[in-house]
Design a protein around this ligand. Structure first.
Ligand code: CUA
Length: 340
């Protein structure tokens, strides 16, 4: 199964722009290399020693020549830079309506997680002709997520989220790789992207769906006892999390805090993640420093679970924080007295 084409098929909307830039750089490199060799061969023949004992004359200066070889490469570099920035920006900024898929890398597999809450290993299902945004992290070491046919690649970095996006244009299966050496079985960290027509994709999603990520996250929110403090009551010990996502959060400043007075931070996924893993890193203005919240490290919340908790926080609207004590009926079989 030797299947590593130098120029893989173009299967996403950005593939063409990446290829065009690559071809442009390749073309002028070939042209310049060829030019150097033509000059070299020409000079070797034309200026060779024709008679025994002949000494060549020395020439100094040549303003026009020097300007030519300074200005032309500068122009080429500037064009490459401008073009590169344009393609990079296109690759970096996902459209607002992109579907979210979460990806966790670990030795040695890719785990994917959909908004519907279900998970896959080494497989990524995406709809055809719809933008998809991947939020990527790693549970152990550096990995790098790469779909050659889409011309997209992003490092999977432990302790932070990176993103990439694409819109698939060719239905069927495409390969995905880990492209950063990550240990013994790095070369086997291979998977596939399955591009389905929109209707098929929706059908597939509904077949796979159990509960939404946010719904699973709500359960964890109660289970991990987040709700005990983030309760939204007057005597609550922690800030309310409703409608928090993508808000500007003013940070607390005192002697111990590492931020400058008046700093605020955007409550994006990375901020939410940091606040769960390292609660004292950035404290919201008006709350106690250092934080009284325990640090939820990997032993308490896995990367998979963390995605769900964050999905839940993102989905929280005004008045939706669950009640502190959820009313449950105790099973009679346990024989415990009721209502105590
Ligand atoms: Cu993971 Cu290489």
């Amino acid at each position: 199964m030797w299947d590593f084409p130098i120029f893989p098929k173009q299967a996403s909307t950005v593939a063409w722009s990446v290829d065009a830039l690559t071809w442009f750089i390749l073309a002028y490199n070939v042209l310049i290399t060829a030019g150097v060799f033509v000059c070299l061969i020409f000079c070797a023949i034309f200026f060779r020693q024709k008679r025994k004992g002949e000494v060549g004359s020395q020439t100094h200066g040549g303003l026009l020549l020097e300007l030519t070889w300074a200005v032309i490469p500068t122009i080429i570099c500037l064009i490459t830079f401008w073009w590169g920035v344009k393609v990079y920006a296109e690759l970096q900024v996902p459209p607002a309506d992109a579907t979210d898929v979460y990806v966790v890398g670990r030795q040695w597999m890719w785990k994917t997680q959909y908004p519907t809450g279900h998970k896959e290993i080494n497989t990524l299902h995406v709809p055809l002709g719809k933008p998809v945004k991947l939020t990527i992290t790693s549970e152990d070491v550096l990995h790098s997520f790469w779909i050659p046919a889409f011309r997209v690649k992003s490092d999977a970095v432990p302790g932070r989220y990176t993103t990439l996006w694409f819109e698939a244009t060719v239905p069927g299966e495409h390969k995905l790789f880990c492209t950063e050496y990550c240990g013994t079985e790095h070369s086997r960290m291979i998977g596939k992207v399955v591009v389905l027509e929109e209707a098929e994709y929706q059908k597939w999603l509904s077949e796979q769906a159990e509960f939404g990520d946010a719904l699973q996250g709500r359960k964890l929110f109660t289970k991990l006892q987040c709700v005990t403090c983030h309760a939204g009551e007057s005597q609550a010990k922690a800030p309310l999390l409703e409608e928090l996502y993508m808000k500007k959060i003013p940070l607390a400043f005192d002697k111990g805090s590492p931020v400058a007075p008046g700093t605020s931070v955007l409550a994006d996924e990375n901020y939410l993640r940091e606040s769960i893993r390292y609660p004292s890193a950035k404290i919201v203005a008006g709350w106690q420093h250092p934080s009284i919240m325990p640090a939820y490290d990997e032993s308490l919340v896995s990367e998979d679970d963390l995605f769900q908790v964050i999905a839940y926080i993102k989905s929280l609207r005004r008045g939706q924080t669950p009640p502190r004590i959820e009313v449950t009926t105790q099973p009679r079989a346990l024989g415990a007295p009721q209502g105590k």
